[in-house]
Design a protein around this ligand. Structure first.
Ligand code: 7TS
Length: 438
């Protein structure tokens, strides 16, 4: 059996473009002559490597995306030419590093359409951003009997910080249920916006289902009920155009490494009026304006929340990553990924005994599934032998797995560099799983 044999769609589906001799050549291109998947793939040299003797098929971008040359080059250039600490130096290198770091902040501000640069705080990632809001915003304001509202599809990073907060304050967690497709139960959501509810923490896109939540509508209703909203944007930011002002999010968190940037850097956006009222939860260098043993005066925004030497290269690399995807255009990326998601969904539906988990109307490129015969981890191992990287497990969303009555799923997640060839390889690999388990 040819493990890389293409999946054949029905005639109405995914026709190759005129002149293209195979589905691989047609690779999900919308009708746009500037759509250059081959060129994009060349920007990611890691895609040329082999794994267990086969070309790498990388379908684990929801865990972390691969990095384009532009980002790797920028990091190298920073370390080879500029490296110095920021906000301290009287010397040229430190001034240049500070300038580049602060320009990176401006870049993030523009990307999110935040009103002011002071609203952009560099952190380690989504997890740290959410912990910051839980400890600096919520902890002093939340009282026993108050409620924190989450959804059934949150990542552990958007559950555990709130549980810790509840233990500290006597508040309670409430959870918005979801339907079998993996969509928010709207009536239940509105009913949970009671006078006890103080904060809603919701993911814009589910990492395990791909569901895109209607966060703008959720924020409007929450605000009507006097509820502050944090949006976990970890999985949204590589796929959707995000405008924090249009959303009217109070807080928005994301990680650099899921949006083609480095690990160890992320962003917390917060409305200035809220950030101004918050005390830091981490102390150290850079976050002070004056220290004596009696008292410390905190620095102005955004430095008040950036204790210690930041990930300078990370911030600069993240800004380059944002430039990179802006250069391609998020709309174009979304079109490509949507075409691939449809192609993959149809292909997986034809595999006997495969159950797709997450069938929301509004989805991004995540294909989570279980198979009748094989455990998710076995699927992952067999695919890896063929050079195909997927994730198998609970995806740090154990309550969600419980909701669907599974311990784990296999998850293929898409990025701008994926092609129909990748989906075909996945399908062929899953046929091999079936063969081995029959
Ligand atoms: N929120 C969501 C929705 C996520 O998908 C993740 C990471 C996080 C928060 C945490 O991000 P971090 O950068 O702070 O770790 N999600 C995944 C995943 O799906 N597979 O590996 C990590």
């Amino acid at each position: 059996m040819n493990l890389r044999q293409p999946f054949s769609p029905s005639p109405s589906q995914a026709k190759p473009k005129a002149g293209a001799s195979s589905y691989a050549e047609a690779d999900g291109r919308p009708d746009d002559s500037t759509f250059d998947l081959a060129g994009w793939r060349q920007d990611f040299p890691i895609l040329n490597r082999q794994v267990h003797g086969s070309p790498l098929i990388y379908l684990d971008s929801a865990a972390t995306s691969q990095k384009p040359l532009a980002v790797v080059d920028r990091l190298q250039q920073y370390y080879l030419q500029t490296n110095a600490n920021v906000h301290r130096g009287a010397h040229t290198l430190s001034e240049e590093a500070t300038f580049a770091y602060e320009v990176a902040r401006d870049r993030v501000q523009a990307f999110l359409n935040a009103r002011q640069r002071e609203e952009i705080i560099f952190v380690r990632g989504t997890t740290e951003a959410i912990n910051l809001v839980a400890q600096s915003y919520a902890r002093p304001r939340i009282k026993p009997g108050d409620e924190i509202l989450l959804t059934a599809m949150e990542h552990h990073s958007n559950i555990v910080p709130w549980q810790i907060l509840c233990q500290q304050t006597g508040a309670q967690l409430r959870v918005v249920p979801i339907n079998d497709a993996g969509e928010i139960e709207w009536q239940a959501f509105t009913a949970l916006l009671t006078p006890h509810c103080r904060l809603l923490a919701v993911t814009q896109v589910s990492n395990a289902l791909g569901t895109v939540n209607p966060v703008a509508e959720m924020i409007t209703l929450a605000h009507d009920a006097g509820v502050v909203v944090l949006v976990d944007g970890a999985q949204a930011i590589p796929h959707l155009q995000v405008d924090v002002q249009a959303l009217d999010a109070d807080f928005y968190a994301f990680s650099g490494h899921k949006v083609y940037g480095p690990t160890g850097i992320g962003v917390l956006y917060g409305k200035r009026a809220l950030l101004e009222e918050m005390d830091p939860y981490q102390g150290g260098g850079d976050m002070i304006s004056r220290v004596s043993f009696e008292k410390t005066d905190y620095n102005v925004l955004p430095y008040r929340f950036e204790a210690g030497t930041p990930h300078i290269a990370g911030a600069i690399g993240l800004a380059t990553a944002l430039d990179y995807i802006a250069g391609i255009g998020l709309n174009r990326i979304a079109l490509h990924e949507r075409a691939l998601l449809d192609y993959g969904t149809q292909a997986l539906a034809m595999i006997e005994g495969l159950r797709l988990i997450g069938t929301a109307q509004n989805k991004v490129g995540i294909l989570s599934f279980v198979m009748a015969e094989a455990h998710a981890h076995d699927i992952g191992t067999i695919l890896d032998q063929q050079g195909i990287a997927i994730r198998a497990g609970h995806h740090c969303a154990m309550p969600l797995m419980e909701r669907f009555g599974v311990a784990a799923t296999a998850r293929a997640s898409l990025a701008l560099y994926n092609s129909r060839t990748d989906i075909d390889a996945l399908v062929a690999g899953l046929h091999e799983v079936q063969r081995l388990f029959h």
